[in-house]
Ligand binder design. Structure first.
Ligand code: FE2
Length: 382
């Protein structure tokens, strides 16, 4: 089986790397940036700080702070309008998954025309997007380096998965100094999102030796550093390890893709506007329990990577150890126990399940499921 490996051409990482990144940005020769961010980072002055750093490189910029959590088609349209009006020639996304995804939507439509709805699915665009430089401020989604763009269609209450090589950023920047301000809840949710990326990629039907190596290293780094990053957000070693871990998990899932955890979590996010990482964290053990029937060996590797002692275990016992380790980690970082606590409703399960089965992320889940089985997994997660 062949595989194509996608990653931004240049990726700058490590504490204090932002200045090095600015130097790299200047060398591309762009003139004017649309900085896509959220209101939190705009209010905290981070967007202005980036604009000032760009100005020092003789690059003009306009700030668009309309990327909402679970960014919508309307958010993309608004940003695209501002980009055209102000004649920006590249996009800088600043934030976590939501600003990056919103910026990808803007940059893709800027060169391909139409609306972001036209690109739902896999590789639907014809042209490269406007150059995108993604400056990351969370350690989880890896959207700063992936070809995944998730936009909520509010009229249908679904999150559209746009999986398109053309939305891959040109340059990704991961400076843990920009991540220390993350509150505990966000650190936990984004970290569990990264763990989900690594595990879903590792058990994916499209996994290969490259994605396996990235996934296993990410799983170990997350197990060893997420609790500390949540406990003490100023611990720069834990923050830097989490930045590397989420990037590695991104390398894994960007190429091996994901599974039903994401396909199902997208529906919860789209329906109830819930945080992506929390939905994943709640669903992860339930989907892996369903998968254990076909990938117990792989889940045993996950258990080992998470530090469980699996000596003498059968594959089935190894899979159970992985699921137990996932639950322990989620509990340690105070993830809610079930979907009921998140405000989901049992009556909505049939529609959530049928939408999940249409999500492109589910295509590589190791064990195919039908409507009844997806409904059953949702129910078990309540
Ligand atoms: Fe995710």
């Amino acid at each position: 089986m062949s595989s194509t490996f996608f990653i931004p051409a240049v990726n700058i990482m490590g504490t204090g790397c932002l200045d090095e990144a600015m130097d790299a940005i200047r060398k591309y020769g762009f003139r004017k940036a649309l900085i896509v961010t959220d209101t939190g980072l705009a209010k905290a002055g981070v967007a202005t700080m980036i604009a000032e750093k760009l100005a020092l490189q003789d690059i003009d910029s306009v700030i668009f702070d309309g990327a909402k959590p679970n960014p919508s088609i309307a958010n993309v349209e608004l940003g695209l309008g501002l980009l055209k009006e102000t004649r920006c020639d590249f996009v800088v996304s600043l934030g976590g998954g939501s600003p990056h995804d919103c910026a990808k939507g803007i940059a893709l439509c800027a060169t391909n025309g139409g609306t972001i709805r036209d690109y739902e699915g896999v590789d639907r665009s014809a042209k490269p997007q406007l150059p995108l430089i993604a400056i990351n401020t969370t350690a989880g989604t890896a959207s700063e380096m992936t070809r995944f763009c998730i936009i909520t269609d509010e009229s249908r209450h679904v999150k559209m998965a746009i999986v398109d090589r053309n939305v891959t950023p040109l340059l990704s920047v991961n400076d843990p100094a920009l991540m220390v301000a993350m509150p505990k809840g966000l650190t936990a949710a984004t970290g569990m999102d990264a763990l989900t990326h690594a595990i879903e990629a590792y058990v994916s039907t499209a996994a290969n030796p490259i994605t396996d190596a990235c996934a296993l290293k990410a799983i170990t780094l997350i197990s060893n550093n997420l609790p500390q990053a949540v406990r003490d957000g100023s611990d720069m070693i834990a923050r830097e390890n989490m930045a590397y871990a989420q990037f590695l998990a991104g390398m894994a899932f960007n190429n091996a893709s994901l599974g039903y955890v994401h396909a199902m979590a997208h529906q919860l996010g789209g329906f109830y506007d819930l945080p992506h990482g929390v939905c994943n964290a709640v669903l992860l053990p339930h989907v892996q329990s369903f998968n254990a029937l076909v990938c117990a060996d792989r889940l045993t590797d996950v258990a080992h990577a998470m530090g469980a002692d699996i000596r003498g275990f059968s594959p089935e016992e190894g899979a159970q150890a992985a699921i137990a380790a996932i639950r322990d980690l989620a509990r340690e970082v105070e993830i809610p126990a079930g979907l009921r606590e998140l405000g989901a409703r049992l009556n909505d399960i049939p529609v959530l399940a049928s939408n999940a089965l249409k999500d492109a992320c589910g295509l590589t889940n190791p064990r195919p499921a039908d409507q009844r089985q997806i409904e059953e997994i949702f129910r078990s997660a309540f």
